[in-house]
Design a protein around this ligand. Sequence first.
Ligand code: ZN
Ligand code: ZN
Length: 143
Amino acid sequence: MSTFIQQAKEHLQNSGGRMTSQRRLILQTIESFTGHPTAEEIYNRARQMDANLNLSTVYRTLRWMEENEMINSRQFKDDRRQARFDPTSRADHHHFQCEVCGKIIEFEAEQAEQIKQQFENAYEGRVNSISVFLYGICPDCES
Ligand SMILES: [Zn+2]
Ligand SMILES: [Zn+2]
Protein backbone atom coordinates (compact mmCIF):
# COMPACT_ATOMS: atom_id res chain seq x y z
CA MET A 1 0.00 0.00 0.00
CA SER A 2 1.26 3.47 -0.78
CA THR A 3 2.53 5.73 1.98
CA PHE A 4 -0.13 8.39 1.48
CA ILE A 5 -2.98 5.92 1.61
CA GLN A 6 -1.53 4.36 4.74
CA GLN A 7 -1.15 7.79 6.39
CA ALA A 8 -4.59 8.88 5.25
CA LYS A 9 -6.20 5.78 6.71
CA GLU A 10 -4.60 6.47 10.08
CA HIS A 11 -5.77 10.10 10.08
CA LEU A 12 -9.25 9.06 9.00
CA GLN A 13 -9.49 6.42 11.70
CA ASN A 14 -8.61 9.02 14.33
CA SER A 15 -11.19 11.49 13.03
CA GLY A 16 -13.98 9.09 12.21
CA GLY A 17 -13.78 9.88 8.50
CA ARG A 18 -13.78 7.34 5.71
CA MET A 19 -11.74 6.66 2.63
CA THR A 20 -13.75 7.47 -0.48
CA SER A 21 -12.74 6.22 -3.91
CA GLN A 22 -12.14 9.79 -5.08
CA ARG A 23 -9.96 10.56 -2.09
CA ARG A 24 -7.98 7.39 -2.79
CA LEU A 25 -7.60 8.38 -6.43
CA ILE A 26 -6.31 11.85 -5.52
CA LEU A 27 -3.77 10.38 -3.08
CA GLN A 28 -2.51 7.94 -5.71
CA THR A 29 -2.32 10.70 -8.31
CA ILE A 30 -0.23 12.96 -6.07
CA GLU A 31 2.14 10.08 -5.47
CA SER A 32 2.53 9.53 -9.20
CA PHE A 33 4.16 12.97 -9.58
CA THR A 34 7.89 13.23 -9.01
CA GLY A 35 7.93 17.04 -8.96
CA HIS A 36 5.75 19.71 -7.40
CA PRO A 37 2.34 19.64 -9.06
CA THR A 38 -0.33 22.33 -8.78
CA ALA A 39 -3.90 21.43 -7.81
CA GLU A 40 -4.91 21.75 -11.46
CA GLU A 41 -2.17 19.41 -12.63
CA ILE A 42 -3.31 16.86 -10.05
CA TYR A 43 -6.91 17.38 -11.14
CA ASN A 44 -6.13 16.96 -14.84
CA ARG A 45 -4.27 13.72 -14.28
CA ALA A 46 -6.80 12.25 -11.82
CA ARG A 47 -9.75 13.17 -14.03
CA GLN A 48 -8.50 10.76 -16.67
CA MET A 49 -9.37 7.98 -14.23
CA ASP A 50 -12.63 9.45 -12.95
CA ALA A 51 -14.49 11.92 -15.15
CA ASN A 52 -16.83 12.84 -12.28
CA LEU A 53 -14.06 14.31 -10.19
CA ASN A 54 -14.43 18.01 -9.28
CA LEU A 55 -11.59 20.48 -8.90
CA SER A 56 -13.11 21.52 -5.56
CA THR A 57 -12.78 17.94 -4.30
CA VAL A 58 -9.10 18.07 -5.20
CA TYR A 59 -8.66 21.36 -3.34
CA ARG A 60 -10.53 20.03 -0.32
CA THR A 61 -8.40 16.89 -0.21
CA LEU A 62 -5.18 18.89 -0.57
CA ARG A 63 -6.19 21.18 2.28
CA TRP A 64 -7.03 18.18 4.42
CA MET A 65 -3.65 16.58 3.63
CA GLU A 66 -1.86 19.80 4.49
CA GLU A 67 -3.68 20.09 7.82
CA ASN A 68 -2.59 16.55 8.60
CA GLU A 69 1.01 17.33 7.59
CA MET A 70 1.08 14.87 4.72
CA ILE A 71 2.11 17.51 2.19
CA ASN A 72 3.42 21.07 2.15
CA SER A 73 2.28 23.80 -0.17
CA ARG A 74 5.00 25.91 -1.77
CA GLN A 75 4.47 29.28 -3.32
CA PHE A 76 6.88 29.98 -6.15
CA LYS A 77 7.38 33.51 -7.43
CA ASP A 78 5.81 33.14 -10.86
CA ASP A 79 2.90 30.90 -10.03
CA ARG A 80 0.40 33.73 -9.40
CA ARG A 81 -1.06 32.38 -6.17
CA GLN A 82 -1.20 28.82 -7.44
CA ALA A 83 0.51 26.73 -4.83
CA ARG A 84 2.58 23.68 -5.73
CA PHE A 85 2.34 20.62 -3.54
CA ASP A 86 5.29 18.82 -2.08
CA PRO A 87 5.15 15.56 -0.11
CA THR A 88 6.58 16.19 3.35
CA SER A 89 7.93 12.64 3.47
CA ARG A 90 10.90 13.97 1.52
CA ALA A 91 13.73 15.17 3.75
CA ASP A 92 13.89 18.86 4.63
CA HIS A 93 14.84 20.62 1.45
CA HIS A 94 14.82 23.92 -0.36
CA HIS A 95 14.05 24.93 -3.93
CA PHE A 96 15.69 26.52 -6.93
CA GLN A 97 13.47 27.45 -9.85
CA CYS A 98 14.74 28.19 -13.34
CA GLU A 99 13.29 31.46 -14.62
CA VAL A 100 13.55 30.26 -18.22
CA CYS A 101 12.07 26.74 -18.27
CA GLY A 102 10.43 26.66 -14.83
CA LYS A 103 12.28 23.55 -13.74
CA ILE A 104 12.54 23.08 -9.98
CA ILE A 105 15.72 21.72 -8.41
CA GLU A 106 15.62 20.60 -4.79
CA PHE A 107 18.64 21.08 -2.58
CA GLU A 108 19.64 20.78 1.04
CA ALA A 109 21.29 23.59 2.98
CA GLU A 110 22.76 23.18 6.42
CA GLN A 111 23.13 26.96 6.60
CA ALA A 112 19.37 27.22 6.95
CA GLU A 113 19.79 25.95 10.50
CA GLN A 114 22.11 28.90 11.22
CA ILE A 115 19.57 31.39 9.89
CA LYS A 116 17.00 29.84 12.18
CA GLN A 117 19.33 30.16 15.18
CA GLN A 118 20.18 33.76 14.29
CA PHE A 119 16.54 34.69 14.09
CA GLU A 120 15.66 33.00 17.36
CA ASN A 121 18.57 34.70 19.12
CA ALA A 122 17.78 38.14 17.70
CA TYR A 123 14.00 38.13 18.00
CA GLU A 124 13.35 35.52 20.67
CA GLY A 125 10.70 33.94 18.51
CA ARG A 126 10.53 30.29 17.62
CA VAL A 127 11.02 29.06 14.06
CA ASN A 128 8.94 26.05 13.09
CA SER A 129 9.97 25.72 9.50
CA ILE A 130 12.33 27.31 7.04
CA SER A 131 12.16 27.31 3.29
CA VAL A 132 14.72 28.89 0.96
CA PHE A 133 13.77 29.80 -2.61
CA LEU A 134 16.42 30.61 -5.17
CA TYR A 135 15.70 31.82 -8.71
CA GLY A 136 18.01 31.87 -11.70
CA ILE A 137 19.01 29.89 -14.76
CA CYS A 138 19.37 26.10 -14.68
CA PRO A 139 22.37 24.30 -16.26
CA ASP A 140 20.31 23.21 -19.29
CA CYS A 141 19.21 26.76 -20.09
CA GLU A 142 22.62 28.22 -19.33
CA SER A 143 24.43 26.16 -21.98
ZN1 ZN B 1 10.33 20.04 -2.89
ZN1 ZN C 1 15.96 26.00 -17.27
